[in-house]
Design a protein around this ligand. Structure first.
Ligand code: HEC
Length: 143
């Protein structure tokens, strides 16, 4: 108790002096000048496959693997195989309807015949049309 009081008393004059100095500085200043704002450097805006890659890595790679090579793992004694989704794999399924079918697969969870995929494949509703196009552009680059 006495120790903390002692410290407080010691600190009080110091706080007073700092306050006085601060107030003095304020009242003598002609006008409040806002602090200089650091220059804002715009982050590069990714587009196309580069944007698609970022979304792929954040939302898809955990299941489909880096570069879309697919993943096989065992959980509760069950072997789960998440399919490869490289261009070659998907092109063999989607043919000339690659873009629309890939978007349907991603957003509705349906395969090339319109049949529902396993529920483990999420039905993605968070992506804008542009983001979906970028993801598909990225999928087409996967070898
Ligand atoms: C939680 C795991 C998981 C995540 C995350 C995931 N997928 Fe899937 N995906 C699957 C599984 C499992 C299948 C296979 C479903 C089936 O065969 O019925 C699949 C199937 C697919 C297929 C169809 C492949 C085929 O052979 O028909 C495509 C395309 C696909 N996913 C794309 C994506 C994209 C793009 C993302 C990210 C936006 C994504 N997936 C995120 C698990 C996932």
């Amino acid at each position: 108790m006495s120790r903390s009081r002692y410290r407080l008393l010691l600190a009080a004059p110091l706080v007073g002096a700092l306050l006085a100095a601060g107030l003095g500085a304020c009242s003598s200043a002609p006008a409040a000048t806002p602090p200089a704002t650091p220059a804002v450097t715009a982050a590069p805006v990714l587009t196309g496959a580069a944007a698609g890659q970022v979304m792929y890595e954040q939302s898809c790679a955990s299941c489909h693997g880096a570069g879309g090579v697919g993943i096989k793992f065992t959980l509760d004694n069950q072997t789960i195989e998440v399919p490869a989704i490289t261009f070659a794999e998907l092109d063999a399924l989607y043919h000339d309807k690659f873009d629309t079918m890939a978007v349907d697969t991603i957003t509705k969870g349906v395969d090339e015949a319109g049949q529902p995929l396993n529920r483990m494949m999420p039905r993605w509703t968070i992506f804008s049309d542009q983001q979906l196009a970028d993801i598909v552009t990225y999928l087409k680059t996967l070898k």
